[in-house]
Design a protein around this ligand. Sequence first.
Ligand code: CUA
Length: 187
Amino acid sequence: MTTETDHGVGEAVAARIERRWAILSIVIVGLLVGMATFIGIHQATMPQGRVETSDPKTLHLSGEFVESNLGTAVEADGSVTVRAIGQQYSFTPQCIVVPAETPITLRATSADVVHGLLIEGTNINTMLVPGYVADLPIRFKAPGEHVMPCQEFCGIGHQGMWGKVKVVDKAAFAKLAAARRRLTCVD
Ligand code: CUA
């Protein structure tokens, strides 16, 4: 048997639960906004001061992106830096070789128009804008091969603009690195 009082109690309970969920959803939204803000500021992705520029006209002639400096380099701290450029319609180097379980910094730029660099099976997906350097951290858990297509329409040859990333185990990479200053897996 329901009475007037029971109805009153039921409504009060429902209102309380609704209020609780409303507060919870506001807290979740607040938390997400807070996280996005923190990460943005922490990684300094917002301020323009972090932007690195390069001159597409002299890319091949001097500086970091000359051909002899492209490919994979081992740094003094054991980390690895990969330098690459995109141009109509290929990547240089066409095949990038890196060790597994090693912090890697990918630095890339474009020599002509806007290209995209995507490494399948990872969260690496960036634009290569002429005049700017893309700098991204990567780490591969296991050896394997990943295709690296250009994912930004860059002209009639866009469909054919593909590269490859070959991840080899640490020991095998160390052996390769001992023999050469800059590594690639281009045959
Ligand atoms: Cu390069 Cu599409």
